[in-house]
Design a protein. Sequence first.
Length: 280
Amino acid sequence: MRLAVLITCFNRKATTLRGLSALRSALRLIPELAYTIFLVDDLSPDRTGEAVRSAHPDVHVIEGNGSLFWNRGMCLAFTTARSFGSFDAYLLFNDDLLVTELGVMGAFEDFRHCNLRKPTILAASTTSGDGREITYTGYRSASKIRPRAFTEVIPNGTLTSIDVFNGNFVLVPGPFFERVNGLDPGFLHTLGDIDLGITAKAGGLDIMLARLPVGSCEKNIQFDSGFRAASFLKRLAMLNHPRFRSHDFLYFVRKHRPTVLLPLFFLTFHFKRLLKLLVG
């Protein structure tokens, strides 16, 4: 299997190096796997890209322009990978995930097993550092109308069908990913992974949740807690952050929900945004 690993990082050098080292140690144990890593460093002030080049000279480090964020960083990693030819599979990987060798081996076993039958995306869940809580996972759609109505699916030791997923550790069949040209660059930061799941389902692919978690990844609550603690004026400025902007959400709605409801979703989104500004 020819595998392209796609990663976007920004300004957390120690975390990126730790996650990358753990991933590479695990990938070396996968039989008949030839992998190439494409890492986008979006102009990190701490020079994460330089550190990766030094510690892992064979990793292809791509410099971003400082405004790519997660989704468009992953798009750039994919575009660079395609210049190297076609791949049998792509791995979407978040650099703050600390994988275990057993978890990665299980995920690849699940992926190969599923794809013997039909093209299948395999998403793997993650746990908190102490292993007590599932932090990121797959989801099932809970509404054909509400844009972000999904129910969480907890891994139970068996392969489980899901509709969408968090993009922390996701194995995607190469022919499908290349046909849709990777993640949709219409999204800047959020919802690109959810969009990919919906696109895959519409294209006839199965999406499965791996039998077991692939490793540990703490929930990213630092930004949200900082927002709640900030002053009104600081919160007003922070609303310009991509995770709060309306573009990704409304673009998602236009793609996947009834167009006639777009004005309602627009008003609801900005009402919630106003509440967040006022109460944190």
